[in-house]
Write a protein that binds this ligand. Structure first.
Ligand SMILES: Nc1nc2c(c(=O)[nH]1)N[C@H]1C(S)=C(S)[C@@H](COP(=O)(O)O)O[C@H]1N2
Ligand SMILES: [Mo]
Length: 433
């Protein structure tokens, strides 16, 4: 009896429970999805071993004390919730990227161990005792700061997403990867703690005529980007804290630049230099890279902000449906230009739309959760979400984007995602023309 109970818990008791809940619980009681009666019913599926009061091993023995886990880890039943990469995309240490498992993210904050990674030259091991940040160029008093100096300045904590503009880049020519993690997982959202650039520049002073800042990393790539001084003074920060602990090595330990709402690559990790000047530097990272050719032969460069975007995270290819019944569609929306003001849901491929509920907090330049009730009739469906931000910008379709930018870009694909739900509940990445 105990054995089968444990096996069931280990294999994930949720699917059979949910099936029961939706078929029996809801139909019989007409109660809400989360009603107490339904919850009790869910804990008591057809198989007798789960009948309460269950008395498995863990209820009849002492567990380990606090000593075995000085740094906590998720339950080992969650071992498949990990960052993953696309083998043909990630070439090795010269250039690599891993994706956040958004299909398992239950809130707006991305766990530090699951935050996507993008390395142009691998992940350096930076010794904070030796690392310095230099602020120089058109300043009155150049500064050389170590991490302790940085931590003495007035600090702020803010919740923002970071998204690589290549997120969705593999989908320009057609639906390619049957996975939420791979179509949308080059994004994460964290509570970041650090010092505003306006505070640091207040210390150095800025000479008249200054208009641009060059940010440079300490890794082998020396990733460098030019940023308008106005943006730096508006809301950029040098970050040393991430979700309640030190910035992770993957995210730029011991310090990174945060450029809220702007493309991931501008958020320079392992930050070692800020130079103030009068014009952009036109570095390789903003000429050969991170610009894109338009169908007419012109190139779009300095495309900074992430435009409004959203995606349904349940259902999705990794999280299929389990039979007809009442469900909650769930998803995430974000904009680099401010707050999300509205998300609409379609289950018929964009023919009809209805508003989703935005779940607080709805923060500027942060992931925002949305939900919508859906009574699925068990017939094929096309699930979509469409975000609108506070500027009034409406998330476009892939057809609208292609009409302007063709099928060969890599960057800035913020199009509406379509998940095709088949009658058996399986979910597929498709595109509607
Ligand atoms: N120094 C440095 N900064 C960097 C990079 C890099 O390779 N080196 N990658 C950039 C890119 S392309 C992105 S999308 C983001 C990714 O941030 P994350 O790895 O913390 O998710 O970091 C940016 N900052
Ligand atoms: Mo990126």
């Amino acid at each position: 009896m105990q054995k089968s109970l444990q096996t069931q818990a280990g294999a994930g008791a949720a699917p059979p429970g949910r099936r029961f809940l939706l078929k029996g619980g809801i139909a019989a009681t007409g109660a809400t999805l989360l009603g107490a009666a339904a919850a009790r019913a869910a804990a008591q599926p057809d198989a007798p071993p789960a009948a309460p009061p269950a008395d498995p091993d863990w209820s009849r023995s002492l567990g380990p004390g606090v000593d075995d886990r000085p740094y906590g880890q998720p339950s080992h039943f969650e071992k498949d919730v990990i960052r993953r990469n696309v083998p043909w995309l990630t070439a090795g240490t010269q250039s690599s990227v891993s994706f956040t498992p958004l299909q398992h993210q239950d809130g707006i904050i991305t766990a530090n161990g699951l935050f996507f990674e993008r390395y142009h030259a691998g992940r350096p091991t930076v010794d904070p005792a030796q690392h310095r940040l230099m602020i120089h160029g058109m300043v009155d008093r150049p500064l050389l700061l170590d991490i302790e100096d940085l931590r003495r300045f007035p600090s702020e904590s803010r919740i923002h997403f970071i998204e690589c503009p290549a997120n969705g880049g593999m989908e320009w020519r057609g639906a390619q990867l049957n996975s939420l993690q791979f179509t949308h997982g080059m994004i994460g959202c964290a509570e970041w703690t650090g010092v505003r650039l306006s505070t640091l520049f207040g210390e150095t002073g800025i000479k008249p005529g200054a208009a641009w800042v060059l940010a440079e990393g300490a890794d082998g790539a020396h990733m460098d980007r030019s940023i308008p001084l106005a943006k730096c003074l508006d809301d950029c920060m040098v970050i040393y804290g991430q979700n309640g602990e030190a910035l992770r090595p993957e995210q730029g330990y011991p310090m990174r630049l945060l450029v809220p709402g702007w493309q991931g690559n501008i958020n320079v990790k392992w930050l070692r230099r800020l130079q103030i000047g009068t014009q952009p530097w036109f570095t390789r990272e903003e000429t050969a890279q991170y610009t894109e050719s338009m169908p007419d032969g012109m190139a779009r460069a300095f495309t900074w902000a992430i435009y409004a975007k959203s995606v349904v995270t349940f259902p999705c290819p990794e999280r299929p449906m389990k039979g007809a019944g009442l469900y909650e569609i769930r998803g995430l929306a974000w904009s680099g230009n401010g707050r999300i003001s509205r998300v609409d849901i379609s289950t018929d491929g964009g023919i009809t739309w209805r508003p989703a509920t935005l779940q607080p907090p709805v923060l500027s330049k942060a992931l925002t959760r949305f939900t919508a009730e859906w009574r699925w009739d068990g017939k094929p469906a096309m699930v979509q979400s469409r975000a609108v931000d506070e500027t009034g910008f409406v998330q476009p379709t892939i057809a609208q984007l292609r009409a302007i930018r063709g099928t060969s870009p890599i960057y800035n694909n913020n199009s509406i995602q379509t998940w095709q739900v088949k009658a058996d509940g399986s979910v597929f990445n498709v595109q509607l023309s």
